[in-house]
Ligand binder design. Structure first.
Ligand SMILES: O=C(CO)COP(=O)(O)O
Length: 214
């Protein structure tokens, strides 16, 4: 199970979380990545933790003010990128373009989706993985795998039907090792989470609990 911690725009110290994630990954052997604000990519990558962008634009180099270029993310230490997060929704053509931009820059890709139908559509674009995150459960206390196990199973089936090479992740409300284990039992290859770590008083303790569920 891959654990990806999305820091969103939370007011946590990205280096504290990155250092804790690096230490827990090293001690446990688990794969843990941290996805900070674009401006913090290089500092987070410098800790040695696996670092992901929260978004990359479909654009290549050129006159595109305000773009987060895949090439710039990669040059600043990102190894992968989320695309189409629920809080950064894109048009279909732009999701396709961002997947292509990430591939050109050698970034691994996870395309996020609201439901199994969108998971199937996202899988057709050829990312490395897709993630199902019901928006109504994001930021809550109950894990998607407990609140709506069927949506995870249906997302796994939807991706499998389109492209069995595309991994399926789930996210929303994940905060414990038990949540990680339940997600794995439903067929997820990993989890995306944010508030459970970014808002924690002791992110390292939460990460240690999370990897106990792998
Ligand atoms: O959006 C998410 C991860 O990308 C999930 O957020 P929470 O873990 O805060 O529910």
């Amino acid at each position: 199970m891959f654990i990806l911690v999305n820091l969103k725009a939370y007011p946590c110290d990205p280096i504290d979380v990155a250092t804790a994630a690096r230490d827990v990954a090293e001690a446990s052997g688990a794969r843990i990545a941290v996805s900070p604000q674009a401006a913090d990519l290089a500092r987070v990558a410098d800790t040695g933790v696996e670092t992901w962008a929260q978004h990359v634009s479909p654009n290549a180099h050129g006159s595109h003010t305000g773009s987060t270029l895949a090439e710039a993310a990669a040059d600043n230490g990102a190894e992968g990128t989320l695309i189409n997060h629920s809080e950064k929704r894109l048009k279909l053509a732009d999701i396709d373009g961002s997947v292509g931009a990430a591939e050109r820059a050698d970034l691994e890709t996870i395309v996020c989706a609201n439901n199994p139908a969108q998971v199937g559509a996202a899988a057709a674009l050829g990312p490395d993985a897709v993630a199902v995150e019901p928006p109504e459960l994001i930021g809550g206390d109950v894990s998607v795998a407990t609140a709506d196990p069927g949506i995870v199973e249906d997302a796994v089936a939807a991706a499998e039907a389109v492209d069995p090479a595309v991994d399926v992740f789930c996210g929303a409300g994940v905060s414990t090792g038990e949540d990680v284990a339940t997600a794995g039992d439903l067929g997820a290859a990993g989890v995306l989470l944010a508030s459970g770590v970014a808002k924690a008083d002791d992110p390292e303790a939460v990460l240690e609990d999370l990897v106990s569920g792998i």
